[in-house]
Design a protein around this ligand. Structure first.
Ligand code: ARG
Ligand code: ZN
Length: 863
């Protein structure tokens, strides 16, 4: 059943207060609710409808009198007075059998909740929609030692605790936790002088893994005060780590619940990448307190209102806390790997969609990551000052409300000529392709940009978008001839001209088309640096010469664009190699070696710049040039080029490896992790030459997980693999999050022909657990991410994933549906592969009682 934005109506009733009492029991929890309803004068509708699923109604009363209700498959209706009234109900729910991990469930003996988007309706009958906001008081009764809910603790006694949240909130932000937990505690005084108690609650075994998360939390609190002027608003802020969780984390008011993988870290058990991700997710959930909680979404079509904005805020935080260029490269890699891929396939949808079946299926890279890119462009176009002015206006105008993207946009002055057409970014799906042509006349350069967004299944007709093109121009020595200029491409085609010989060259609009002019073949002509900082989320076709790209790679003052030039060279080279039409140029191999050694760039940057584009990136690149990608050929090309790089850099590898070793005690900061990342890249190259001797040494001696896991990854496929994998397992058998890595790395690093065999073998391992989303993703998700291994010609990867998705769907529909996106690329490959993928999807679809989540996804992917 499809839900449309156009059908939105205001709620028929307001809720003035909510009182909940929980008598916790693993299989029979009693929930008593007392809810004050008031007819909404703005609604003509007087029908009283409450959502409710998977529960047993014990009793219901209105104003103290028992009332007859009519149960529907997903809720109830009743006759109610035409005046304010009190609804009271008692229901029974079964947390233990709740393997969907939505609503109230049990995870390793601990009660916890996940209510976004529509989980609260599995806890009690309620108008479970984000525009119904109310004040909650919660009483928890249980013998478990720690009993938590939202807001401030008000009272407690033997076997019970009471919480009150003074800030009106929608039900999706409700949370409850009860368990045998211990706290890592700290405190924070806000800029407004409020003393806040901070706690990270975990199982006793994990108490040594909380310190980093706590530091990240305090840093986030300071940052939001400093940058956005937003201070925290309760006396306590609690975080709880949960082992079984569908997503990363959840921003429940005052009680954030985290997937343990997104908060727990110690140097011995977590990698640098884990630390960085934890810092970003802690920040993200904390930032939601203002962008999501104080101001929330009117309806779920507005999800990007809180997610896109909050992702942008956490990206800003990471850029401020670590290396901004490295942060941007990581953002763009993620955007291309997940969002561009989504937007190019059958699941393409607008950042603000106008219909959906299952809202859980819309927690997508498009809504999160492209949503964040839109906010970034807003800042690029308006400049920082006007951007922050608009945000302040948004906080002033809409605090305490549930609003829309239009409300948000209006805070920036929607009639501002600089923002003409900008809202199209939220409504139009697909990634714009921008083609750049350059033409020289003497010292005058004319740049012509043409944009096109290909039609998608949902939207045939696409319009031109306002695209901020951040452009630089460098001379042969790499000096900037102009500061970065933002040229606004508002139409389908536009041209700009610059005279490069004037003392301060500046771009001006031109009407002339570039076509009748000449390309400059002078080698000293300046080079364009395009889409600096990836200011716009577009696919660029600039057809720059190898010379220009080499110059940008070596000299561009915009570090992102220097990396981008190297990536373009790598894509061109690997694409040609995979098609068997070219071998790498000497100039490119030399430049690559030079960049690996370059003392001018930070080690973290050199680690990223020396990595090759993923197999999927190369496949996408080939597809965009009109070729059918062959995953095995791409894999082979990557192997060949890596081997060639290793041999070309042979003489400096040991020296670089020794030079960048970290000798101080472990810190997960940008500086140390950059060195380890570079050493990790070098160790991979050394392994190609020494068969794994150096990596085996590092694996055996490492005192931190980054070095140990990097070494283990290098060893897969060498003669040391079996022994090292066995030793690693023995060492870490008691640490779930480390064992997830052990599952993931074996499958992720497996050669194409082995990947599905290894994955199948590991699904039969005693430590495999289909009910734990982290373990399932570490296994089947790793298979799907091993592009050449998942897409082997025989189709064994497809069949294995389909088998397991069929099994998981009966247990956890949300995670199943999410992972069906492994099939979204079916149209990209040759017809034999595509057909095999479709056959497996149809097999999933024919499963009796398949969830609506998975049904919607597969149906959309099949098209
Ligand atoms: N709002 C959470 C976050 O981005 C995501 C929770 C989504 N959960 C879900 N079941 N769809 O931080
Ligand atoms: Zn979020």
């Amino acid at each position: 059943q499809t839900i449309y934005l156009a059908d939105y109506t205001v709620p028929a009733y307001h809720v003035d207060s909510v009182h909940l009492t929980f008598q916790l029991h693993p299989t029979a929890t009693r929930v008593t609710s007392k809810i004050a309803f008031r007819p909404n004068p703005e609604s003509a509708d007087r029908a009283f409808y409450l959502h409710g699923e998977h529960m047993k109604l014990i009793s219901a009363r209105i104003d103290g009198q028992p009332v007859d209700v009519s149960l529907t498959p997903d809720g109830l209706t009743a006759d109610v007075p035409d005046a304010p009234f009190i609804w009271e109900a008692e229901v029974e729910i079964d947390p233990q059998s709740n393997t969907a991990l939505e609503g109230l469930y049990l995870s390793n003996g601990m009660f916890c909740t996940q209510c976004e988007a529509e989980g609260f309706r599995r806890i009690t009958y309620y108008p479970d929609r984000p525009d119904v906001m109310s004040v909650f008081t919660v009483r928890i009764m249980s013998d478990l030692p720690v009993l938590l809910s939202n807001g401030n603790p008000t009272d407690s006694g033997d076997g019970w605790a009471e919480w009150h949240d003074p800030w009106p909130k929608p039900a999706y932000l409700f949370a409850l936790v009860a368990g045998d937990l211990v706290a890592h505690s700290d405190s924070f005084t806000t800029s407004e002088g409020r003393d806040v108690a901070l706690n990270i609650y975990v199982r006793a075994d994990d108490i040594d893994k909380c310190a980093f998360g706590m530091e990240a939390l305090k840093a986030s609190m300071v940052w939001d005060e400093r940058v956005y002027g937003r201070a925290y608003d309760l006396d306590i802020f609690n975080i709880v780590a949960v082992d079984d969780f569908n997503m990363g984390a959840m921003e429940n008011k005052g009680l954030n619940i985290f997937n343990s993988s997104a908060v727990l870290a110690s140097p011995e058990t977590a990698t640098d990448a884990n630390f960085e991700r934890i810092e970003a997710i802690i920040a993200h959930e904390y930032f939601h307190n203002w962008t999501g909680n104080r101001i929330t979404c009117r309806d779920w079509f507005q999800l990007c209102l809180k997610e896109g904005l909050t992702v942008f805020r956490d990206q800003q935080f990471t850029a401020d806390t670590r290396d901004p260029a490295v942060a941007r490269i990581n953002d763009v890699n993620a955007l291309r790997g997940r969002q561009f891929r989504e937007d190019a396939g059958p699941l393409s949808h607008a950042v603000r969609p106008d219909s959906f079946v299952e809202i859980n299926n819309f927690y997508t890279a498009t809504i999160y990551e492209k949503g964040a890119e839109i906010i970034r462009m807003l800042m690029t176009i308006l400049g920082e000052e006007d951007y922050y002015k608009g945000l302040t206006e948004y906080f002033d105008r809409h605090d305490g409300q549930a609003v829309t993207i239009e409300d948000f946009f209006a805070c920036f002055g929607d009639d501002d000529p600089r923002l003409a057409g900008f809202s199209r970014w939220w409504h139009q799906s697909g990634t714009p392709h921008v083609t750049i042509e350059q033409a020289w006349q003497g010292s005058e350069l004319t740049l012509t940009a043409r944009q096109e967004t290909p039609p998608s299944a949902q939207q045939q007709h696409k319009e031109a978008l306002p695209i901020p093109l951040a452009v630089g121009l460098i001379d042969a020595d790499g000096r900037d001839l102009t500061p970065t200029s933002v040229l606004m491409l508002n139409d389908t085609t536009q041209s700009w001209t610059i005279d490069t010989r004037t003392t301060t060259p500046a771009w001006r609009d031109t009407n002339a088309s570039a076509s009748d002019q000449q390309n400059s073949d002078a080698s000293d002509a300046p080079t364009l640096s395009l889409n600096r900082g990836f200011a716009a989320p577009i696919i660029l076709h600039a057809d720059q010469s190898e010379n220009d790209l080499l110059r940008l790679m070596a000299h561009d003052s915009d570090t992102f664009s220097a990396w981008e030039a190297g990536r373009t060279l790598a894509l061109n080279t690997l694409g040609d190699m995979a098609r068997g039409i070219k071998t790498p140029s000497d100039a490119y191999v030399d430049a690559w070696c030079l960049s690996l050694r370059s003392e001018d760039r930070a080690p973290a940057f050199r680690a990223l710049a020396s990595a090759l584009p993923s197999t999927m990136d190369i496949a996408t690149h080939l597809k965009s040039q009109g070729h059918t990608p062959d995953p095995q050929a791409i894999y082979d090309a990557r192997e060949t080029l890596s081997q060639q790089f290793a041999e070309a850099a042979q003489d400096s590898l040991q020296r670089l490896f020794a030079q960048h070793q970290v000798t101080q005690s472990y810190r997960p900061d940008a500086e140390q992790s950059g060195k380890r990342a570079l050493c990790g890249r070098i160790l991979g190259l050394i392994t190609r030459l020494d068969g794994g001797a150096e990596a085996a040494k590092q694996h055996a001696n490492a005192d931190n997980m980054t070095s140990q896991l990097t070494a283990l990854g290098c060893l897969i496929g060498t003669e040391h693999a079996t022994k090292s994998l066995e030793a690693f397992y023995q060492q870490w058998a008691h640490e779930r999050l480390v064992i997830d890595k052990w599952f993931g790395i074996q499958i992720g690093q497996a050669a194409p022909a082995d990947a599905s065999k290894v994955a199948k073998f590991l699904t039969e391992h005693e430590a495999f657990n289909v009910k734990n989303p982290n373990r399932f993703r570490a296994t089947l998700g790793a298979l799907a991410a091993n592009t050449a291994g998942f897409h082997t010609a025989g189709g064994s990867g497809y069949a294995l994933l389909a088998d397991w998705l069929i099994t998981l769907d009966g247990i956890n529909p949300q995670t199943t549906a999410r992972m069906t996106s492994a099939f979204e690329t079916w149209a990209m490959w040759d017809s034999a592969r595509g057909e095999k993928m479709r056959v497996e999807m149809k097999r999933i679809l024919s499963t009796p009682n398949l969830s609506s989540d998975t049904t919607e996804m597969i149906t959309r992917i099949l098209g």
